[in-house]
Design a binder for this molecule. Structure first.
Ligand code: ADP
Ligand code: MG
Length: 451
């Protein structure tokens, strides 16, 4: 009872854990450890697969345990924004050694070094490094806002700079009919749960569409309809004009590549190399071509040292890259990535998004399911928000970030740099900034050029 209360689940004590949300499940796991009254609680990436609200609920519980119950919390995490906000102390491990150790402000003072090591730093820290000067190296949002607003006021004489380049790369959808058409799609799982309740969506070739929304809103269920793993209970799904009900998964796999939310649900071969080769052989590729594509994929995702290892012995982030490499090697027309970045560090993130970006620029369609709004802002041409099995919003990321009502209902938040830019619009910063790059460009073009 004490442990359940400590994690805020006292009222759920009689419920089946399987029916709880992701954030709640994670808190059950924490309670199970707490019940033994440890003095130290160690957590390894406990929030990697949770939506933003779930992540916050876990971090808030940990903070309370530390403050009120004197439990020492040690958390291994890639959640850098939250680590900076919640932790008293940050230890950076680099190549097996303690490379930095101190309070967040001290650790992030070495932002450039951390980024070079492939780690992420909070957006405000990265922004400060990019603007080089106007804001302190470790500023919270409030501090960054007041300093930059003052700088903008001081430059009132300067004409407003031109609006920055359009948000993400220009969409290049072709004029002909959509590649994917979803009509009034409804789906209920065998046990009766209605997961999709009338979804209409058309996707053109060459779009980079982000599918976002809370855990349980139907994102994965929708994605599985595109590669035929699930068939509609009602309505229909057309891929290249063909009804998925009349296609086998193997046929659709030629067109639609799907990287599972959990890589362990798709990885099965005995070595990394085998894993990547499997789909290629299935497509009937000759041995020579197969070997070439495997070699290219291994190089692209830096898996050379791992190629003869069983995927099971690799770390979570590495297994994710293997799953991605295996799907991308088959060169599908449509690539669906289901929360691909959970547990990846900044370098893993970058490698993944570089590969996906190149693939998109080659004219392919990308559907990215993500909780990371920074990823959405920097890459997607279109954002679709799901809630309770329905489409709540469909538009450009920059439009989404301006819709407080939608963000609140879907429990999403615009990235810190976007929130900062929105607050600074009244002081003269151009509208529509969605990334650190754009912020820095607008600043350099006159808005806050150093006096
Ligand atoms: P998301 O990917 O957005 O987190 P899902 O598509 O996985 O959401 O789930 C949508 C809804 O369907 C949720 O209510 C979830 O509990 C339910 N659901 C998902 N998978 C199954 C399943 N295999 N059996 C029964 N219900 C499921
Ligand atoms: Mg999902």
């Amino acid at each position: 009872a004490w442990a359940l209360d400590a994690v805020g689940l006292g009222e759920h004590r009689d419920r089946s854990p399987h029916r709880l949300s992701g954030g709640e499940k994670q808190r059950v796991a924490i309670a199970a450890m707490l019940a033994m009254r440890p003095q130290v609680l160690v957590l390894d990436e406990p929030t990697a697969n949770l939506d933003p609200a779930g992540k916050s609920s876990v971090f808030n519980v940990l903070l309370r345990l530390a403050r009120e119950r004197q439990v020492a919390i040690v958390i291994a995490t890639q959640e850098i924004e939250r680590a900076a906000r919640y932790a008293d102390r940050i230890v950076v491990l680099h190549e097996g050694r303690v490379a930095r150790d101190g309070p967040p402000a001290a650790v992030f003072a070495a932002a450039a070094q951390l980024m070079e090591w492939g780690l992420s730093v909070p957006e405000m820290v990265e922004l400060a490094a990019r603007l080089a000067g106007p804001i302190p190296a470790f500023a919270g949002m409030g501090r960054a806002y007041s300093t930059l607003r003052r700088a903008l006021r001081g430059r009132r004489d300067i004409a407003r700079p031109p609006a920055p380049r359009a948000a993400a790369p220009e969409p290049a959808p072709s004029a002909d009919k959509p590649q994917i058409v979803i009509e009034n799609l409804a789906f209920a799982y065998p046990d009766g749960a209605a997961a999709l309740r009338g979804v209409d969506l058309a996707v053109s070739r060459g779009e980079f569409l982000a599918l976002v929304g809370p855990n349980g809103s139907g994102k994965t269920t929708l994605a599985k309809h595109l590669n035929g793993l699930l068939k509609p209970t009602d309505g229909r799904v057309l891929v290249d004009g063909r009804d998925t009900r009349r296609l086998r998964v193997a046929e659709l796999a030629q067109t639609v590549g799907y990287v599972f939310q959990n890589p362990d649900h798709q990885i099965f071969a005995s070595t990394v190399e085998e894993e990547i080769a499997f789909g290629l052989r299935l497509q009937g590729l000759a041995a020579e071509q197969t070997a070439e594509r495997v070699a290219a994929a291994v190089a692209q995702f830096r898996l050379a040292d791992q190629r003869d290892l069983p995927p099971a012995v690799l770390g979570g982030g590495e297994r994710r890259l293997v799953a991605l490499a295996a799907v991308m090697a088959t060169q599908p027309q449509i690539l669906i990535l289901d929360e691909p970045t959970g547990g990846l560090d900044r370098r893993g993130h970058q490698e993944l998004m570089d590969a996906v970006g190149a693939y998109h620029r080659a004219g392919h369609t990308v559907i990215l399911i993500a909780h990371d709004m920074r990823l959405v802002a920097e890459h997607a041409t279109r954002a679709v928000v799901m809630l309770d099995g329905r489409v709540l919003f469909d538009g450009a990321p920059v439009e989404l970030f301006a819709r407080r009502d939608v963000l609140r209902r879907a429990r999403l938040a615009a990235p810190p740099v976007v929130r900062l830019a929105q607050r600074l619009e009244r002081a003269g910063l151009p509208r529509g900034i969605v990334s650190i790059d754009q912020f820095a460009a607008a600043w350099a073009s006159g808005a806050g050029a150093a006096p």
